[in-house]
Design a binder for this molecule. Structure first.
Ligand code: SF4
Length: 426
């Protein structure tokens, strides 16, 4: 039985012996389909076909509605209510939709069938459907599947499920190489790759690649750095292929980026002198970028509702590099193996919570009245109405925030709502 301690206050929830508060109640997060919005931009010749309901189609359209494409690269095959006897028809219908799509769009080289949560979709075996369609359309188009269902996933887990589906398909290599794992904006990926190459690392590859045909090979001489903290399943799949994880802080802020690069430098035998030479100038740029926002953020109290799974590394960055006070750091899931260094780098006594019981957590927000609450879109408006400043967690996933050159922009994302509040007060 785990030992528990109580938080201050009469109805205070119990905290485990490891200092983590675990809650299981109602959640307020987007589902894994949301990941399609950034994944389809990253893998430029892939198509994401959601097998779902009209609700799924609405979610995608409203999340991506501002983007107008001549040839969109995601869509929804709407599966209507079907009993089990109708499943054969549903499979035939799916095959028809895919055949039509690929005939019209020969540029599609990778097709993801993305599962969702309506019961009629759950009855469909999408992995068998992907195998069947793959036999038919490979090698022109590779068909894979993963689940973005809101029952199983929070919104960043969609990317994790997608990348985990890719890993078993990667070719074998025994070449010595470093793999950056996680979907980053191209410009950020280029910056980080350049630094790693400048350190002298012989080969640097990325998962996912920008083209379906360019996915990296993998093997026992592949070492990998996670660029995102939400890639638990992907990490397990990479380990199974014999790749070696390099534990590190995540590359947020100057310190996180330095620690992340340093983990690679150590693993590849780069001298400390060379490391200092290569990182000195970008570190200085990051320092200057952060200095612009330190006064605004220093001493401000921040509360993270569990949403993007970026919460723990971002909290470490905000407390360590900008002097913010952490009221509570909530995260939907806590992968201790990947976050061990991040948790250790939080100020002593920081309350970290895993999972959610949204009403209880909102009570804690109201009691604490933090200067800034990071939360999902659905919670932001009511909190703003109560006079609390908020930051949408999803914006942090859509924005380029990794690496030295984005450190100032990342700080600015947190300073902006506080600045707006100050303007409104005047
Ligand atoms: S997958 Fe589930 S949670 Fe996501 S939009 Fe479809 S029905 Fe809603």
């Amino acid at each position: 039985m785990s030992e528990e301690r109580a938080l201050p206050g009469c109805d205070a929830p119990p905290v485990g012996a490891d200092g983590i508060l675990r809650e299981r109640g109602q959640r307020e997060v987007f589902c894994g389909l949301t990941g399609i919005i950034w994944l389809h931009r990253k893998i430029q010749d892939a198509f994401f076909l959601v097998v779902g309901s009209r609700t799924c189609a609405h979610l995608l359209q409203s999340a991506a509605g501002v983007m107008v494409f001549a040839e969109p690269r995601f869509g929804t095959a709407i599966i209507e209510e079907k009993d089990l006897a109708g499943l054969a028809d549903a499979n035939e219908e799916l095959d028809r939709v895919v055949t039509r799509l690929l005939a019209r769009r020969p540029d599609i080289r990778m097709l993801f069938l993305v599962g969702s949560c309506p019961s009629e979709v759950i009855k469909l075996d999408l992995s068998r459907a992907a195998q069947r369609l793959n036999q038919r359309f490979s090698p022109n188009c590779h068909v894979l599947n993963y689940s973005g269902s809101g029952i199983e996933t929070t919104f960043t887990q969609g990317e994790d499920a997608c990348l985990a589906a890719l890993v078993p398909e990667l070719a074998f290599t025994d070449e010595t190489q470093l793999m950056i794992v996680g979907s980053l904006p191209d410009i950020v990926e280029d910056q980080l790759t350049r630094l790693l190459v400048d350190l002298g690392i012989p080969k640097v590859v990325s998962l996912p690649a920008r083209k379906a045909g360019g996915m990296p090979a993998i093997g026992p001489n592949t070492k990998y750095l996670l660029a995102q903290p939400f890639l638990a399943e992907t990490g397990t799949a990479l380990d199974k292929r014999g790749a070696v994880h390099l534990p590190a802080l995540f590359p947020f802020g100057a310190e996180g980026t330095t620690a992340w690069l340093h983990a690679a430098a150590q693993a590849f035998g780069v001298s400390e002198e060379r490391f200092a030479q290569v990182t000195a100038a970008p570190r200085e740029r990051a320092r200057k970028g952060l200095a612009l926002y330190r006064d605004k953020l220093n001493g401000k109290r921040i509360f993270f509702m569990p949403d993007s799974q970026l919460e723990v590394p971002l909290a470490r960055f905000l407390a360590g590099e900008l002097g913010m006070e952490l009221v509570e750091v909530g995260t939907p899931y806590l992968h201790k193996g990947h976050l061990i260094d991040e948790i250790a780098a939080l100020p002593a006594g920081t309350l970290v919570s895993e999972g959610q019981d949204v009403d209880k957590q909102l009570d804690r927000v109201r009691a604490a009245r933090p200067d800034l609450t990071v939360c999902g879109l659905g919670l932001a408006n009511p909190l703003e109405k109560e006079g609390l400043s908020t930051k949408w967690a999803i914006e942090l996933v859509f924005s380029p925030i990794h690496g030295y050159d984005q450190a100032g922009d990342l700080a600015e994302l947190f300073a902006r709502p506080l600045h707006r509040r100050d303007l409104l007060r005047v």
